[in-house]
Design a protein around this ligand. Sequence first.
Ligand code: ITT
Length: 199
Amino acid sequence: MTTLLIATSNPGKVSELAAMLKDLDCQVIGFADLPENPPAIEETGQTFAENALLKAEHYHRLTGLTALADDSGLEVDALDGRPGVYSARYGGEHLSSTEQVQLLLSELKDVPVPKRTARFVCCIALVGNGINKTFESSCEGSIAYEPRGENGFGYDPVFVDAELGLTFAELSREEKAPRSHRGKAFLQARQFLAEWLKS
Ligand code: ITT
């Protein structure tokens, strides 16, 4: 049976991706299942796809396993698309998610509702022997004036889904998955994976 490595050190992503992968015909493992934590690679790409491939290629090279990496982030229109590919490092490497959310809210404090539009973007890269693929998707929303909800991770408490009017942190994992950037990118990856695992 093929082993698929979920190549991320972000616990929020691990939990979402593991749930999405659970009925595929392969053994899914994370960094915690490896004998030692693999060293990270610097995310020097200018796009989500470049960074997702950088990560998946790096972890495939280190482990020999088929690696699934995700590069994702939040593009805020009033900030000309920032933080974008720098979402994990927004405000500097030392800030917690809660502090990053507060920084975002302070940057947007004078921005009125119609101008608070934003989107989450996700690119999933799959790299293994004979595979080198990316799958990208996004979801539209806007930035709330204050955090709401307890679920999810990162910017979820301030990302308001355009259709539901609820933040992603107010949704359960099962409600977030089909509408999220990661869930939609994963659906494409999953179709490919299912075919590839049969071959
Ligand atoms: P890995 O590189 O190890 O996967 P990371 O957290 O550094 O972990 P990224 O470089 O892709 O991952 O950064 C993405 C950041 O964007 C992440 O840290 C979150 O702050 C944010 N983000 C991505 N998807 C999100 C989601 O579904 N909900 C909330 N925030 C999200």
